[in-house]
Design a protein around this ligand. Structure first.
Ligand code: SAH
Ligand code: SF4
Length: 360
């Protein structure tokens, strides 16, 4: 069977070239051609000998997911829907800004965690993405954005904030992260690769030990009672344990703060008392708070907090000494904003069926 080389990290490639009877340094050449130069045709890999190229053509291939659709919003945000087989599709989103370009990628087809305010959560779960499907999003986006060797980087930052909970697809996510920061692959600084998690405590520790990158944690509520309701994962890993894990993470993190994400839901978590409670709660962790205006999706049952309320909440946190910013909404008219990514999931948990029953 032919192997997809996009799914192999440095070690995997080294094993493969040895099995082909080639010298180990060939693995590095291969990695550079595929990831740095975006080459998928072995015949073009000019400094690799002809016989090895022929062996590769017989036994391997470089295949990113297929693009199902490609949409661009008025603000330049671009969303690709990618086929990951068996009727499933996931989203990757590119967000251009003045001095950086951020790619937001998915790690699972759906999500098991069912956070109330998240469209991905509502869709249910099908499966974990493979390493090739995760890194393939970066490979494809580079190609689609016309990145040329030596032509400067279009994608300067990667955020794992698309569909799925990255820490519940740990091994594949870490293999992809390692390629992102590998100088022979994408060469991104660890500080410019951000993993966002809903707070899987033991996996935060593993990430710290195996591949620390910048960390964002979805908080969304200042106390356990409310967080239990909005994010059922809180029943398993409540706030005190989560914040302690954040402090431990900082021992090895490439940045000296954790980003706490907080989605602004009108009448739910956006009152002055919530802001004060949040300030008190996070004061034990060096952090920045990022307020995310809720992005609506059909039948969500939530409403975005009004602009003045978000501004006031932001000010209250700042006044309490917590560095706080509000995320600009990007690409919402193409359903590319945070929490709107629904891809196309064949739910195996039957969550969508159960929800239909309870709401009809
Ligand atoms: N599973 C991970 C990463 C993906 S979600 C996590 O939960 O952290 C990326 C961010 O978008 C998270 O902070 C998530 O809580 C937030 N989000 C989810 N639904 C949203 C919505 N409808 N509007 C705004 N942000 C949302
Ligand atoms: Fe999953 Fe994150 Fe959405 Fe929660 S917010 S359902 S963890 S993708």
């Amino acid at each position: 069977m032919s192997v997809n080389l996009l799914g192999l990290d440095g070690e995997g490639l080294a094993t493969l070239v040895t099995e082909l009877g080639e010298k180990p340094f060939r693995a590095r050449q291969l990695k550079r051609w595929m990831h740095r130069l975006g080459e998928s045709d072995f015949a073009h890999m000019s400094d690799i000998g002809k016989s090895m190229r022929e062996k590769l053509a017989r036994t391997a291939h470089v295949s990113p997911p297929r693009i199902v659709s490609d949409s661009v919003a008025g603000d330049g945000t671009r969303k690709w829907l990618l086929d990951v087989g068996n009727g499933n599709a996931v989203d990757a989103v590119f967000i251009p800004e003045t001095n950086r370009g951020t790619l937001c990628i998915s790690t699972q087809a759906g999500c098991t965690l069912a956070c109330q305010f998240c469209s991905t959560g509502r869709q249910g779960f099908n499966r974990n993405l493979s390493v090739a499907e995760i890194i393939g999003q970066l490979w494809l986006a580079n190609r689609e954005l016309g990145a040329t060797p030596g032509g400067g980087r279009v994608i300067s930052n990667v955020v794992l904030m698309g569909m799925g909970e990255p820490l519940l697809n740990f091994d594949n996510t870490v293999a992809a992260l390692k390629l992102m920061i590998d100088d022979d692959a994408y060469g991104l600084s660890r500080r410019r690769v951000t993993l966002s998690t809903s707070g899987i405590v033991p996996m935060i520790d593993r990430l710290r030990d195996e591949c620390p990158v910048a960390l964002a944690v979805s908080l969304h509520a200042p106390n356990n009672t409310l967080r239990d309701k909005l994010m059922p994962i809180n029943l398993k890993y409540p706030l005190a344990e989560l914040l302690a894990a954040c402090v431990r993470y900082l021992e090895r993190a490439p940045r000296d703060f954790i980003t706490f994400e907080y989605v602004m839901l009108e009448g739910v978590n956006d009152r002055e008392e919530h802001a004060l409670q949040l300030a008190e709660l996070v004061s034990q962790v060096p952090c920045k708070v990022n307020l995310i205006p809720f992005n609506p999706f059909p039948n969500s049952g939530f409403v975005r907090s009004p602009r003045e309320v978000i501004e006031r909440f932001n000010k209250t946190l700042n006044a309490a000494g917590i560095v706080t910013t509000t995320r600009k909404t990007r690409g919402d008219e193409i359903d590319a904003a945070c929490g709107q990514l629904a891809g196309k999931i064949r739910d195996r948990t039957r969550r969508s069926v159960r929800l239909e029953r309870t709401t009809s």
